[in-house]
Design a protein around this ligand. Structure first.
Ligand SMILES: [Zn+2]
Length: 310
């Protein structure tokens, strides 16, 4: 009887916490800490670690381009009341510095998921990228290429960084965070093994992309990315097209990779004109919010890469 009453009490409290909005859960008494993540991969990895033991929010909506993201007043509000912020780092979240400043939250703990990861400064043999274009998109490379989440081995390190940072902020749930992280890391190990076993059959296979997002995966599995465009564009310029034609000839590829969610009409026409197949390749900057979506999309990527390398 006593136990039952205790249970009721605690579930009531939990309910109360859940219906409160972010602004009113600031008090240190509130049971779950508030974690804010920047964009989708950070949301997945954090959600995988915390499960239901903490509240996880995302600043960049899943369908929105992170590279050119502009923060909203709501983002500032969310950060103002959060306990922890999880970011990819490596210069990806350009909107973040000002947003954090405006949030004026001196209690906010920041987790840099890429801490300890050696960023690639130079990408694999990339075609000369139009630097004027890159500049126009405000995509500086001072911190190296930020797309580390496309390499399952580096994601393990990101998950470890996120786990350790969250444990430091919320030690009472340490056991939960450790156990959840271990499950996700096991899945990352399996994914890595699949990539390795499949792609080791195609050493130095070259693939052409329209987003310089794949140098880490290329390096890990000893294949070669040739990015003819830095950041996905709705319109390819005549120079982009010329670079593509040159790269197709130079590397003798039979496939182009388009990004789902980007307008690929021109890419379709171009592939037909050049007698190439067009495959999807996910940069995972957008997608579904379920943390296991990562594995599904990465396996689709593996399939696409294999069919191009065969
Ligand atoms: Zn990108």
């Amino acid at each position: 009887m006593v136990l039952l009453a205790g249970c009721n009490q605690s579930s009531k409290n939990q309910e109360a916490t859940l219906v409160q909005d972010a602004a009113s859960t600031r008090s240190p008494q509130s049971e779950k800490i508030q974690i804010v993540t920047t964009f989708l991969p950070m949301y997945w990895f954090t959600k995988a670690v915390v499960g239901d033991a903490a509240n996880v929010e995302i600043l960049v909506p899943p369908g929105t381009e992170v590279h050119e993201y502009q923060a909203t007043p709501d983002n500032v509000k969310t950060l103002a009341t959060a306990n922890v912020l999880v970011k990819n780092g490596l210069g990806l979240e350009e909107f973040l510095a000002d947003t954090i400043k405006n949030a004026e939250n001196s209690q906010l703990k920041e987790i840099d998921a890429s801490k300890g990861i050696q960023a690639l400064q130079e990408t694999s043999p990339v075609e000369k990228i139009d630097t004027e274009h890159a500049h126009e998109h405000n995509h500086e490379h001072s911190s190296g290429n930020p797309h580390v989440w496309l390499d399952p081995v580096l994601v393990k390190q990101q998950v470890n960084n996120i786990r350790d940072g969250i444990i430091a902020a919320d030690p009472k749930n340490k056991g939960i965070y450790q156990a959840n992280a271990a499950v996700y890391i096991k899945k990352l190990d399996d994914l890595h093994n699949e990539f390795q076993q499949t792609l080791q059959n195609y050493p130095n296979c070259t693939f052409i992309t329209f987003h310089n997002a794949y140098p880490y995966i290329a390096k890990r599995y000893q294949i070669k990315q040739v990015a003819v465009v830095e950041i996905p564009e709705d319109q390819l310029t005549p120079q982009d097209i010329q670079r593509t034609i040159d790269a197709v000839k130079k590397y003798k590829v039979k496939t182009l990779f388009g990004e789902p969610g980007v307008n690929n009409k021109l890419l379709k026409t171009l592939s037909q004109d050049l007698d190439l197949t067009l495959h999807p390749l996910f940069s995972l900057e957008t997608g579904e919010s379920n943390p296991n979506y990562y594995f599904q999309a990465m396996r689709d990527n593996l399939q696409s890469l294999e069919s191009a390398c065969k």
